[in-house]
Each structure stands twice: as C-alpha cells, then as structure tokens.
Design a binder for this molecule. Structure first.
Ligand SMILES: [Zn+2]
Length: 211
C-alpha cells in the first residue's frame, strides 16, 4: 500500500495510491482505497447541517484517512464568508474528534484560516492543498502547524525551499499525478521515483499510521 497522491478527485491510478475526495452523497468505498470526506465551500447549501451529520458517520470509516476538503474561498460568490467559516469550524471539530488530519481549501482567506486555528486550539495537522503561495506565506503557515501540498500550479522558488521531508504532492483535478512528480523532481533536481518514495513516507507520517 503506498499513497503518494494526497488529494485527488478522479484518481484514475491504482487503488490505494491516492486519497480520493468523497462527499456526503458519493460515499463509495473500494477495497484497499483511501478517502477524505468533507463539504467543499463551493457547495454549501441550506442542507449543510444534514450533510455534516452524514459526514460525521462517514468519518469513522477506517478507510477514511482525512477530513475535508473544507475551508474558505473568497473568489466564489457561493455562501457568505461567515457561513463558510461556520461550516469549516464543524470540520475542524470533526477532525479533532476522530483524530484524522484536515485537508483545507483556502483561497484568499489565509488570515481567517490562521485565526480559526489559533482560536480553536487545534491538535491535528492541517494540509492546505493546491498551495500556490510563496515562501513567506508558507513559513507563516508552517509556524502555525499548517502543511501545504503542491499540485499542478506552484511557486518554483517555494518548491526549492520546502525540505524534502515536508513535501506533499497531489493531483487534485489534474489527470496524472506522475506528470506533476516529473516536473517537481526536475525543479529540485532529484529522481522522480525517489521523490515519490519520500512523499509516500511523508504522507504516512502525517497520517500517523502504518498501513
Ligand atoms: Zn480538491
């Protein structure tokens, strides 16, 4: 078993190599697969409390490795920010309760994210996925206990700054995670296979499990 793609919506690859994103109405578990369960900020409706109740049950499943993706997004005019924050806090509580790390979607709301992490005295690690920010922002997040994962679009200076032992890689909505590995590996001058093994190790450390 080797998860080397920390966040995927499609996951066309081999079962068990990615953490695949599920929602309250798409809870289909394959043998040997790993999943995250959450309510994305783009899709918050009046029904969110019912969905959270469903997600809380799903979260207990042993093949659910992470909670999320959940978070805040100021770019979409979906739910008002206050509501997005309320829903996000529910995910934080769930993550703490079941002791599974949280995968975070955050667009233009890093201050709010840091404030919530401080105010709720969080113990579990968070991973801000699809991180496109620069070195300074990464340092700020890192000090607060928030990791980042790198997808199709990333800052090249940042990728050289993050220690190999902290690097996390995801396909998100891109089709092939291997292409992302090739590019990142070339940018930081390591062998792609070696990088994959390292990220695999990093993900297992983050999840604090040995599958
Ligand atoms: Zn995603």
């Amino acid at each position: 078993m080797s998860i080397y793609d920390i966040h995927s919506h499609y996951h066309p690859g081999r079962v068990g190599t990615a953490i695949t994103q599920l929602t309250a109405d798409t809870f289909e578990i394959e043998p040997g697969g790993y999943y995250s369960v959450g309510l994305h900020p783009w899709y918050i409706t009046d029904n969110w409390r019912v969905e959270m109740a469903t997600l809380s049950v799903m979260a207990l499943h042993p093949q659910v490795a992470m909670i999320g993706e959940a978070g805040m997004d100021k770019k979409v005019n979906a739910a008002p920010l206050e509501l997005q924050m309320e829903v996000f806090r529910e995910h934080v509580r769930l993550s703490e309760l079941v002791r599974k790390p949280l995968i975070v979607h955050c667009v233009k709301a890093v201050d709010e994210l840091l404030a919530i992490r401080r105010e709720m005295k969080v113990a579990m690690p968070w991973v801000l996925h699809g991180f496109r920010g620069g070195v300074e922002q990464w340092r700020q997040l890192s000090r607060a206990g928030i990791r980042v994962s790198i997808g199709e679009h990333y800052d090249e200076a940042l990728i050289r700054e993050i220690p190999l032992t902290e690097l996390l890689i995801e396909s998100d909505e891109a089709i092939c995670v291997n292409d992302i590995y090739e590019r990142v590996a070339a940018d930081i001058n390591v062998d792609a296979q070696e990088l994959r093994n390292q990220v695999w190790h990093n993900i297992y450390q983050l999840l604090n499990v040995s599958f």
